[in-house]
Design a protein around this ligand. Structure first.
Ligand code: HEM
Length: 519
């Protein structure tokens, strides 16, 4: 069992109890020769009760790009400087592990790609990355379109019934449906109804978030962990998901065995283009447990992140009607009434900038977690082995010295004819998908997914904050959630008539005598 204080300090908002224990321990961690890292002091009690990365922003403005924060005997280094972030993530990535993150996620991801370190990570990364090749991501555009269309139909009904909708949970369902099909060819169909497996996924996710924000690790207390109803429910949920994944793996193995297989770099089974099918067809020599860990990791990594991006994008669009108007203009021109193709997505340049900018203001996750494996020097300060580090992407993305009007949603800050912003061309001041060898494997997938969903929704509907909706505030789990949902009023857009075709359309409609619905 990890020491209480270390648990206390894990990841999230420490809560009342933790805040009371939050103390300044002068000189802790400063065991090396050389200048000492600035230590944050003062109003740390303010950390309680709000998204934990927010007070880190004020401390960054006071103490700079690297400072130390103490929780009882435990301390953290908070990094908000692009050069130091680049050093940790890229230049000396081998000197850092996932630390606390791996400990928290072990129960659900095992040694999947996100928590894994060292040799296991290296082998699994090499196996998984090729599965997300260009042809696969292109094929996924169709899946994004179909899933978004299902959501449109749901919203259409709400618009007819005059009912407000809560978009955060709908986006969570949309991205669950997408990632299930994309990773292991399973249709959760969570936009249509709740079933046992959908419920099990949410129980597991909530548990992971609770563990990352809870001051006391009740799930590690010997007898309690066996009799607690909550833990029982989590274990049942995990067992259900694991059994389902085992069945899917077995089924896919049979399909691959029966296939007349010619494996090559861009191999894809047309009926089942999933990552699982690719991995099995590639002859990936891996235990079923490791394969399950990797599938589970991708399910979680690609689910809540994309959902959070969509949630905050629509929140921002509701606040910036001029951006919304420009976005709808582009979507009308490029998409017409079709389901998007890869060619369309490439033309949706302003839509892509909207997502880029949403990811700047609301990075998912807002901090990256590392632990030093060896001594190192960060920003001129020597650090010891075993230092827990939070790289605050939130601070990097809102640094007032780097960004003009850092808090303003301004997709125009990146020209349409310029390159897509990423950590390389922004020199680690912007890293929505991380950087270095552990960069997100699903960056292109996720960008296309969120662009397609956004485009399809704004093409059909206008979105306004619902009258009387609670204020939209932030809280943290693994990603940034709203405290009380994103409640909006959806109205169908009245599209301007397309003049050149109008006459023909009227004639053909009357000739067909209402047999077909005009598109
Ligand atoms: C890693 C963000 C979608 C799979 C990461 C990291 C970030 C990130 C910041 C780096 C974490 C770190 O360095 O500690 C996002 C965002 C997404 C998204 C914002 C959606 C908008 C996806 C999707 C998949 C995926 C769709 C799978 C298909 C992964 C995996 C890793 C990862 C496996 C771990 C890579 C490694 O450690 O080698 N993601 N991600 N992500 N992501 Fe994503």
């Amino acid at each position: 069992v990890a020491p209480f204080a270390a648990r206390l300090a894990k990841l999230g908002p420490p809560g009342e109890l933790a805040a009371a224990l939050l103390t300044k321990v002068a000189g802790s961690g400063a065991v090396r020769n050389g200048p000492e890292i600035p230590q944050a002091v003062g109003s740390l009690g303010a950390v309680a009760g709000q998204a934990f990365f927010l007070p880190l922003y004020d401390l960054f403005l006071t103490y700079g790009g690297i400072f130390r924060l103490n929780f009882g005997p435990k301390s953290f280094l908070i990094v908000s400087d692009p050069a130091i972030a680049k050093h940790i993530l890229r230049e000396n990535s081998k000197g850092y592990s996932k630390g606390i993150l791996a400990e928290i996620l072990e129960f659900v991801m095992g040694t999947g790609l996100i928590p894994a370190d060292g040799e296991i990570w290296r082998v699994r990364r090499r196996a998984v990355v090729p599965a997300l090749h260009q042809k696969y991501v292109t094929a996924m555009i169709g899946l994004f379109g179909e899933a978004s269309d299902r959501l449109c139909r749901k919203l259409d009904k709400a618009a007819s019934d005059g009912e407000d909708v809560e978009m955060e949970s709908l986006f969570s369902r949309l991205t669950l449906d997408v990632i299930g099909k994309a990773v292991f060819n399973y249709d959760f169909d969570s936009l249509s109804y709740d079933n046992g497996i959908v419920e099990a996924v949410y129980v597991t996710l909530r548990e992971a978030e609770m563990r990352s924000t809870s001051p006391i690790p009740t799930w590690e207390i010997p007898i309690w962990k066996d009799i607690s109803p909550r833990q029982k429910k989590v274990n049942e949920a995990l067992a259900l998901i694991n059994n389902t994944l085992d069945e899917l793996i077995a089924m896919c193995k049979r399909l691959v065995d029966e296939e007349d297989l010619q494996f090559h770099e861009e191999y894809m089974n047309e009926q089942d283009p999933s990552i699982l099918h690719f991995l099995l067809a590639s002859g990936d020599d891996v235990s079923s447990k490791q394969l399950r860990d990797d599938l589970m990791t991708m399910l979680i990594a690609g689910h809540e992140t994309s959902a959070a991006v969509l949630t905050w994008t629509f929140y921002l669009l509701s606040k910036y009607p001029k951006v919304m108007a420009k976005l709808q203009d582009e979507v009308d021109t490029v998409l017409g009434d079709r389901l998007p193709t890869i060619e369309d997505v490439k033309k949706l340049k302003y839509s892509t900038r909207v997502i880029n900018e949403s990811l700047r203001l609301y990075p998912q996750p807002p901090v990256l977690i590392r632990r030093s494996i060896d001594e190192d020097v960060l920003g001129g300060y020597p650090i010891g082995r075993g230092e827990d580090i939070f790289i605050s992407v939130w601070n990097l993305h809102r640094c007032p010295k780097h960004w003009d009007d850092a808090d303003v949603f301004n997709p125009e800050r990146w020209p349409l004819d310029g390159p897509n912003p990423n950590e390389i061309n922004q020199n680690f001041s912007y890293l929505p998908f991380g950087g270095g060898p552990r960069k997100c494997v699903g960056d292109m997938f996720a960008t296309f997914e969120t662009v397609v969903a956004t485009a399809m929704l704004v093409r059909r509907f206008d979105f306004q904050m619902a009258p009387g909706a609670p204020p939209v505030e932030m809280t943290t789990g693994a990603t940034i959630h709203t405290t009380e949902g994103l409640k909006v009023t959806v109205t169908r857009r009245i599209k301007p008539p397309v003049i050149p075709n109008l006459e023909m359309k009227i004639i053909s409609d009357s000739q067909e005598n209402t047999n077909s619905t005009p598109s």
